[in-house]
Design a protein around this ligand. Structure first.
Ligand code: CA
Length: 376
């Protein structure tokens, strides 16, 4: 599991110059990697015991990207373990209801699960910070926080009382703001709006007079079609197209201010994980990181194609939220964070870690990513 790495500490000029004098370019990395290998004991493959696990998910069976990614994860783990580990993947409702994935893994009814941490905010309010953080960080920055900013340690501390170890399990990248049947011109337009909106974004929506509805993916289309909800957010053009929202909505708004880089999670029952030989534990960790890169890249590669399809095949109008609306939502978001921090000590701890890291990394981004994006 990830521990705070020495790479978090600024490297001394002397050490850097010494390394640089040994070699140039890629050879520097080669020398680092050899040095690291000497320090890390090799894992003993001391067991041929076979493990058969169940993985429950919050996704409908065979769901593109999200459920599909879980199936790939199981295949990778099977291959990487030379067949010693088999994981059967179940869609939401097949073995446990979608929104009971966390309980199923916590109790050991399933050894593994996949979903999004904001679904479990009712059990641990701080869980929301490990999924989507409104006006927070993008995927790249979120992953940096997890691996090098203390995010992983806090996430594991939060889930420990539930006998669960969380791992990264995908990332959506910047999402879209959602599907509406009326225009959003001022903040007043959110008043009385019933919108499917999970996580912290839902709390912000409530602040501006809307009603946030949390529903599993399989129920959203029907709810929107029947008027149970007035609007919905989901992910981005690729997945939203497959969900069919363009067939029953007039406006498609961006950006997804509420989910700028949502982390998906793979959760593992702690007791079962600790029973595994070390090499299988490492295989699970490596495979979940592969899943994260696969998922983020899959969304990024297809969103543009499907945005064009949506616009070509429907009457949907693509719109951006007015900047005044964004500004107001951002102000309310800060209020939501502060209220959470006041009510729940763990939320305070996670929020402090997140906001300190976010403020620091955004200074760097303003001199790099932001300038680069302006050229595109
Ligand atoms: Ca979403």
């Amino acid at each position: 599991m990830n521990k705070k790495s020495s790479s978090q500490q600024p490297i001394s000029k002397r050490k850097f110059l010494k390394q640089s004098s040994l070699a140039l370019g890629a050879a520097v990395f080669a020398s680092c990697s050899v040095e690291k290998d000497k320090e890390v004991p090799l894992v003993n493959l001391n067991s041929n015991k076979k493990y058969k696990w169940k993985m429950v998910t919050t996704w409908p069976p065979g769901f593109p990207v999200l459920g599909e990614g879980c199936t790939r994860l199981a295949e990778w783990i099977h291959q990487m373990s030379a067949g010693r580990m088999t994981i059967n993947v179940y869609g939401g409702g097949e073995l446990a209801p979608a929104l009971e994935t966390f309980e199923a893994v916590s109790s050991g009814a399933a050894e593994m699960g996949n979903g999004v941490s904001y679904y479990w905010a009712g059990k641990a309010p701080a869980a929301s910070f490990f999924a989507s953080i409104p006006f927070g960080m993008n995927a790249q920055q979120m992953h940096s926080w997890m691996l090098f900013g203390g995010g992983y340690e806090l996430w594991r501390e939060l889930y420990a009382p539930f006998n669960i170890i969380p791992f990264l399990g995908g990332n959506s990248g910047v999402q879209m703001g959602g599907w509406f049947n009326k225009e959003i011109n001022t903040i007043e337009d959110f008043k009385g709006l019933k919108m499917r909106m999970p996580g912290l974004g839902g709390k912000v929506l409530a602040k501006v007079g809307g009603t946030a509805v949390l529903s599993a993916g399989s129920e959203i289309y029907t709810n929107l079609e029947r008027g149970v909800i007035d609007a919905t957010e989901w992910i981005g053009p690729y997945h939203d197209y497959l969900m069919g929202f363009h067939q029953i909505s007039k406006y498609y708004y961006g950006p997804g201010w509420h989910e700028p880089g949502s982390i998906l999670e793979t959760i593992v029952n702690k007791r079962e994980f600790e029973r595994l030989p070390k090499d299988l534990q490492l295989i699970i960790e490596a495979a979940t990181e592969r899943l994260t890169l696969w998922c983020l890249s899959e969304f990024e590669a297809k969103n543009n194609i499907y945005l064009e399809k949506i616009l070509a095949e429907s009457q949907v109008q693509l719109k951006s939220f007015p900047s005044e609306v964004m500004k107001t939502l951002q102000e309310y978001t800060k209020e939501v964070y502060e209220e959470m921090a006041e009510l729940d000590p763990m939320s305070k701890k996670v929020y402090n870690s997140f906001s300190n890291f976010s403020a620091s990394i955004k200074k760097w981004s303003s001199h790099s990513e932001r300038l680069f994006h302006n050229l595109m």
